[in-house]
Design a protein around this ligand. Structure first.
Ligand SMILES: Nc1ncnc2c1ncn2[C@@H]1O[C@H](COP(=O)(O)OP(=O)(O)OP(=O)(O)O)[C@@H](O)[C@H]1O
Length: 544
């Protein structure tokens, strides 16, 4: 069935989104599965036609993935064993929960030109978070958008912005008439990495189309600054997207005029709060648009020309620090989630100790359909375990994370030596190498991307069906962002953490904090085998 998601399939999707998470999605005892004594076998296979949508719109087949699930005792090696049928689990998983709301973009009050453009791009149905965010932003509220990874947060803010500024805005607001366009910057979008910045640029360009894509301009670090400055002068973009350092630098040089800016978007806002970005963020917050209430007596001085900006903060993880800054950077910001919009004061961000704060930040940040496992391996055997994991899951595209840059080369070398196409991606590489590596991965020329925290945030490679932690993430927030590189927009995805025996307690802590099942497994005879786990939480031992 090659059916593009559209009007015809909305009802079907509503049905599937309500009922069809057959294995992990709806199992109420997931949280208890970690203590489940059963021993299982799981074999996941990607159907050939399943995810092939580089240029195609999202369709049901692109979301579908067959997953044979059975259980057996670990010691039962016979794959034909009848115990596979007695699993008490569904034998075929056709589709996980796609986060589409049963609404169309036209019901959200977007401009007609923009809706036409969305249709051209095959985008007919908004996701849940887009349904919540678009009308709220359209009403000029400052917002914090929090929704799990891969749920479509980028379009959740890009669409209401494009509905108000630029060539796609409401016709009665001057849309389509390019002579009527203002020539100053009207929206600034800040992202913590150049990769994420460029991804957002491409998303905006895709909607603006080839003739109008000059209205968005990248200002990311690592790229040639004078060329960026020339492009600002020549193209007079309305939207700039960049990294904090480069935006602040060009602004300080007097080449970026943002005082009249209407929108300031801080994507991955919790990351933008990190110490590294402090000075640059300070400049951006001071110079982009006018903060409402800055001049209560109407004495605006040199800032006379500023308008009030609308501040939009976005992340899958919203720690208490974000709740605090949101209230100072924005005005009565609302918290927008897939489930609806609430005030930031309604119990969100109640002061808690730092441990609880991290836990709270990560809750709800993971796609519900993701499957999580961990396996135990000695340090020197980790890469071999990774290779066996890739084969056992028949992963099409895998991202593997380490905490440091140096060992990545070794991982790539060892994988390639065993015939697995791999490449490393990290901040020490030059701009060209980073771009080429990412492109090769997205194009399917590289099967495994070995990377560090650089790629944990925002990176959108829909075909990525496996994330492997070769090193443990530092906390549940980092786990969530790494894990979120797979299982995007309702697709199936698997996360495997390969840890040493002495690190098992960390995995157990992560699953407690995240409220998810992370099952112990091993890779044997080309299969992922779920293992029995020691129950004694005190000794925190697990045996395979
Ligand atoms: N309404 C839609 N219909 C079809 N595809 C969509 C829709 N909205 C977003 N997408 C696609 O879904 C993918 C994930 O979107 P996006 O990157 O915005 O997720 P996100 O929530 O920002 O994830 P993260 O938290 O990891 O940054 C992208 O490929 C995007 O183009």
């Amino acid at each position: 069935m090659e059916a593009v998601i559209g009007q015809t399939h909305r009802r079907l999707l509503a049905l599937t989104s309500a009922n069809l998470y057959l294995f992990h999605g709806k199992c109420p005892s997931l949280g208890r599965l970690s203590t489940y004594k059963g021993v299982g076998l799981l074999h996941t296979s990607l159907s050939k036609t399943q995810i092939d949508h580089k240029t195609e719109p999202l369709s049901l087949p692109t979301l579908a993935l067959k997953c044979e699930v059975g259980t057996r005792r670990k010691e039962q090696k016979n794959p034909n064993s009848s115990t596979r049928k007695t699993a008490g689990m569904k034998s075929a998983l056709e589709m996980e929960r796609a986060p589409f709301a049963a609404k169309s973009f036209s019901e959200l009050g977007l401009s007609s030109l923009l809706i036409k453009q969305l249709e051209k791009e095959g985008l007919t149905m908004p996701t849940d978070v887009q349904c919540s965010a678009i009308p709220t932003i359209a009403k000029n509220h400052d917002v914090v958008i929090q929704s799990y990874t891969g749920s479509g947060k980028t379009l959740a803010y890009v669409l209401p912005i494009l509905s108000k500024i630029g060539p796609l805005k409401e016709p009665n607001g001057g849309g389509g008439d390019k002579s009527n366009q203002k020539s100053s910057i009207e929206a600034v979008i800040v992202a913590p990495s150049r990769e994420l910045g460029m991804q957002i640029v491409r998303e905006v360009e895709r909607l603006l189309g080839p003739t109008d894509k000059r209205f968005v301009q990248q200002l990311v670090g690592g790229a040639n600054r004078s060329r960026q400055e020339e492009a600002l002068k020549k193209n007079k973009p309305l939207i700039v997207v960049g990294t904090p350092g480069r935006i602040a630098e060009i602004s300080a040089a007097g080449k970026l005029h943002t005082h009249g800016c209407l929108f300031l978007v801080l994507d991955e806002v919790d990351e933008l709060l990190s110490f590294n970005f402090r000075e640059d963020m300070h400049r951006i917050l001071e110079h982009v648009g006018r903060r409402p209430g800055v001049a209560p007596n109407g004495v605006l001085g040199p800032l006379e020309k500023r308008t009030e900006r609308q501040t939009i903060m976005v992340s899958a993880t919203v720690p208490i620090s974000v709740v605090r800054v949101a209230k100072s950077w924005g005005v009565n910001p609302l918290l927008v989630r897939s489930t609806g919009t609430v005030s930031m004061d309604s119990g969100v961000g109640t002061p808690v100790d730092s441990n609880t704060a991290v836990t709270q930040a990560a809750i709800g940040s993971l796609p519900p359909a993701l499957k999580h496992y961990y396996c135990i391996a000695k340090r020197q055997h980790k890469v071999d375990t990774l290779r066996r994991c890739i084969h056992a899951l028949n992963a099409k595209m895998a991202i593997t994370f380490m905490n440091h840059t140096k060992p990545l080369k070794d991982v790539v070398y060892k994988l390639e030596a065993r015939g697995v196409k791999a490449a490393e991606l990290h901040g020490d590489l030059g701009k060209l190498a980073r771009t080429t590596t990412l492109k090769n991965f997205k194009d399917g020329e590289v099967r495994v991307l070995a990377t560090n925290e650089l790629s944990a945030r925002g990176l959108d490679v829909p075909e990525c069906d496996l994330v492997v932690n070769l090193d443990l993430p530092t906390d549940s927030v980092h786990y969530a962002h790494r894990a979120g590189r797979t299982g995007r927009l309702g697709r199936n995805g698997t996360v495997v953490t390969i840890c040493e025996e002495r690190e098992i307690f960390v995995v157990k802590k992560l699953r407690r904090q995240l409220g998810i099942s992370i099952q112990l497994c091993e890779f044997s005879e080309g299969k992922l085998v779920i293992c029995k786990e020691e129950q004694d939480e005190k000794s925190e031992e697990a045996v395979c």
